[in-house]
Design a protein around this ligand. Structure first.
Ligand code: PSV
Ligand code: MN
Length: 427
């Protein structure tokens, strides 16, 4: 199904007067503190977040999976779902594919379908954390780090295939996440595992087109529980440095031990020009893959505060970041969940744009701790939802995406079209 533009505009009309009042009121307040509402709105309009092809169906836990109904059963339908999200929010202008979960049979046709929805192809993701049918060597004991050179070669080859699929689609980057590691002390020689991984990443990097980027993701534990070969940003950064200028660290918000100061990691990586991308999600305990900003919205704001500072003070030429939502939807309708995640990302971004940076720098210089805190919290506590709605209005999206989604009965229509038992590929 496609969102009918005239229906969407009709639904917008019902909310227009209230929206205008709220936007005008906020605009006046912002103008008083020397902020330009139009400038902020255009920045919000420009932020586009990729949706991963594996986040459109119900996820599962190792204890079970409950289907949502109307899930996309093929890549074409996944693209259509991202198209729905983009039509409503105007903030989801890209899709990120995981290979081999989503191998395009006809890349040109897939490209055309995506561009009909206004979507670009973001990073392609390799998968050496699962064995595929008829695969010669198993990844049970690792992939790029494996003790056996034949397994490593197979994993490198897979990454090269992923790159060539990405090229056919117009992607410009590959994200490598490795489940490699050990679950028992003594199982793995840490140094050998690192060296093997470094060599394999260098081999992949060497075959990458010149205008491509490699993003190296890290994760402290899971599925291995004693050690991961790339457990943290330091290891990822050192591997990226060993690969070359087009290799970067990718931060997945769920891939940190509890209470890690992620905003500080972001600041240092950007200072080094080595932050490549972001996987957004939220968590209470581990890699919970929950809706962005639902548990720790202040942390998300602080991260965006550093991102904006990094983008404004970019001496190291950190490239534009690849933004993606990497979540799993076990209870909620995945599309509703993604709408909420997009809203949370944009809210954090918009609030961080309001931070009075000059005043903050001065307060920091004077060690006025109270004032530093006030400056951040003043920005964080402002209700910026009218700015987001205005950005969507100007881009022909929905003033209230979730309401339109429900009023147009999108899920019910998808169930009618696709049935209630289809299961999307992914985790
Ligand atoms: C691993 O937890 C991860 O965050 C990586 O990005 C994977 O590619 C993705 O989830 C999907 O499994
Ligand atoms: Mn991730």
């Amino acid at each position: 199904m496609k969102i009918d533009q005239s229906q969407l505009q009709d639904l917008n009309r019902d909310l227009l007067n209230e929206h205008r009042d709220q936007f005008d009121f906020l605009s006046q307040q912002l103008t008083k503190i020397d902020l330009e509402p139009d400038h902020i709105v255009s920045k919000i309009q420009a932020l586009q977040v990729a949706i991963p092809s594996w986040a459109l169906g119900a996820g599962g836990t190792r204890f079970g999976r409950f289907s949502t109904g109307g899930e996309p059963s093929c890549l074409e339908e996944k693209i259509d779902d991202v198209g729905l999200l983009h039509a409503l929010t105007q903030a989801a202008g890209a899709i990120s594919l995981h290979i081999p979960w989503d191998i395009p049979q006809d890349p040109m046709a897939i490209r055309e379908r995506a561009s009909m929805h206004g979507l670009a192809f973001d990073a392609v993701n390799s998968n050496t954390f699962q064995d595929q049918p008829n695969q010669e060597h198993s990844y049970k004991f690792g992939s790029l780090c494996h003790t056996d050179a034949a397994v490593r070669a197979q994993a490198v080859k897979h990454n090269l295939e992923v790159i060539s699929i990405g090229e056919a689609l117009g992607s410009k980057s590959i994200t490598v996440w490795l489940a490699d590691g050990s679950s028992f002390p003594g199982q793995l020689n840490f140094r050998t595992a690192y060296q093997h991984t470094k060599q394999a990443l260098q081999d992949i990097y060497a075959s990458m087109p010149d205008d491509w980027k490699m993003y190296i993701e890290y994760k402290p534990y899971e599925p291995n529980f004693y050690s991961m070969v790339i457990p943290d940003w330091g290891t990822s950064l050192s591997l990226a440095q060993e690969c070359g200028p087009n290799a970067y660290t990718l931060v997945d918000l769920g891939h940190h031990l509890p209470n890690t100061n992620i905003e500080q990691i972001v600041a240092i990586l950007m200072m080094k020009g080595k932050l490549g991308g972001f996987h957004f999600n939220d968590s209470k305990y581990g890699d919970d893959d929950l809706t962005v900003g639902n548990v720790k919205p202040f942390q998300l704001f602080l991260i965006f505060n550093e991102l904006i500072y990094g983008m404004d003070n970019n001496e190291a030429n950190n490239p534009p970041l690849a933004w993606m939502i990497d979540a799993s939807h076990n209870l909620k309708d995945p599309l509703e969940d993604l709408i909420q995640s997009l809203e949370a990302i944009l809210l954090a971004y918009a609030r961080a744009l309001l931070v009075d940076r000059e005043a903050l720098a001065q307060a920091q210089q004077e060690n006025d701790v109270t004032r530093c805190q006030e400056i951040l919290q003043t920005a964080f506590r402002r209700d910026v939802r009218p700015l987001l709605a205005e950005a969507r209005k100007r881009s022909n999206g929905a003033l209230s995406p979730l309401n339109v989604y429900r009023q147009l009965k999108v899920r019910q229509r998808l169930i009618q079209e696709r049935g209630s038992n289809v299961v999307a590929t992914g985790l």
